[in-house]
Design a binder for this molecule. Structure first.
Ligand code: UFG
Length: 346
């Protein structure tokens, strides 16, 4: 039997590339669609080295409907898609909201339009715990109230989930899962793919690894007087490989469902909160090094404390996290060290 093809938009990005590896290992045939606006072309070669398989890939912007349609015309019998392609910097979205509304919403609308036109029944959507804002009750479940988004980026994730919900409600033949990620960290244990921020990283772990590597002078911990165990913010982190595997589980689960139309949301995290200081100290411990850091001012817009209840993914998708923050922080550091030796195109 030929392998089942899955279109993976943003498949050269951080979570996308790890998911492509897991898809191949599970026997699927991923087809990457990426415009490399926030990814390196060299990642494709790395994926091929890890898996020993060649990967079909198209360079285009999902907002370009005509170009995107050509992929659907060229690739026959595609089963479904996983949609990662989106802009994701919270601060940039506040400064340039129209870029986010245009990019993140239009690409999903195009994808859905093409899926319905070409009869692709399955969609796994890359959502975020940002849809919960600062929850009143912790841990958050999928039924916790969706709060007003605190950034245009967060709003696009909420609106995208609504677009999918409305499409399903219209009785279109579509089975969809929105995966609400908590904070993905770490890298593939081979250290051949990982997070590749362009410019100064916004996120904690790449900032830590770049500081340890001497690329940044010092890490600033944003806020140390919050109402938490040590005064720093609490997040639910998840190893990117565990997260990638959840996409495969979601795809398998969607195929086992009999109804024509459905949309379910799933939290994906470790189900545990760690403070920023705990992450820093664990990084130092597992990698046996000292990090240059200082306690600084709060970052505007930060949620103080969030972690998820992940029982729904565990019961329905039969998915569990296997890797902890120790492995994630070791893998992140191994990737940072390997980066020096990898030839990247961009
Ligand atoms: N942090 C620092 N110093 C840094 C960077 C981050 O102290 O240099 C702290 C932040 O203040 C926060 C924690 O580390 O307390 C995690 O910050 P990240 O920027 O890594 O992640 P966020 O939780 O802010 O953002 C993540 C995703 C977003 C998503 C958001 C929802 O990256 O895509 O969660 O809350 F929108």
């Amino acid at each position: 039997m030929s392998k089942q093809k899955i279109i993976v938009t943003g498949g050269a990005g951080y979570i996308g590339s790890h998911t492509v590896v897991e898809l191949i290992e599970a026997g699927y045939e991923p087809i990457i669609v990426d415009n490399y606006s926030n990814a390196d072309r060299g990642i494709i070669v790395q994926i091929e080295k890890i898996t020993g398989k060649t990967v079909q890939h198209y360079e285009l912007d999902c907002n370009d409907l005509a170009a995107f349609r050509k992929v659907f015309e060229a690739e026959k019998n595609v089963l479904g898609s996983i949609h990662f392609a989106a802009a994701k910097a919270v601060g940039e979205s506040v400064a340039n909201p129209l870029k986010y509304y245009h990019n993140n919403l239009q690409s999903l609308v195009n994808l859905l339009q093409l899926q319905l036109e070409f009869g692709l029944e399955y969609l796994v959507f890359s959502s975020s715990c940002t849809v919960y804002g600062q929850p009143e009750k912790l841990p958050v479940t999928e039924n916790s109230p969706i709060q007003k988004a605190n950034s245009p980026y967060g709003n696009t994730k909420q609106i995208c989930e609504e677009i999918i919900e409305d499409t399903v409600t219209s009785k279109a033949k579509l089975k969809a899962a929105s995966l609400r990620y908590f904070n993905p960290i770490g890298a593939h244990p081979s250290a051949m793919i990982g997070e590749l921020p362009f410019g100064v990283p916004n996120n904690l772990v790449p900032f830590i690894t770049q500081t340890a590597a001497g690329l940044r002078e010092s890490l600033t911990i944003f806020g140390h007087d919050y109402d938490t165990v040590d005064g720093t913010c609490v997040r639910d982190y998840i190893h990117v490989v565990d997260l990638a595997k959840a996409h495969v589980r979601a795809l398998d689960w969607l195929q086992s469902q009999e109804q024509n139309s459905l949309h379910e949301a799933f939290n994906l995290g470790m189900g545990k909160g760690y403070t920023v200081l705990e992450i820093v100290q664990t990084f130092e411990k597992v990698n046996d090094l000292k990090l240059n850091y200082r306690l600084g001012d709060r970052r505007p817009g930060d949620v103080v404390k969030i972690y998820g209840n992940v029982d729904k993914a565990s019961h329905i998708l039969k998915w569990q996290t296997k890797l902890g923050i120790e492995e994630a922080l070791k893998d992140a550091w191994r990737w940072e060290e390997r980066l020096k030796g990898i030839e990247l195109v961009k």
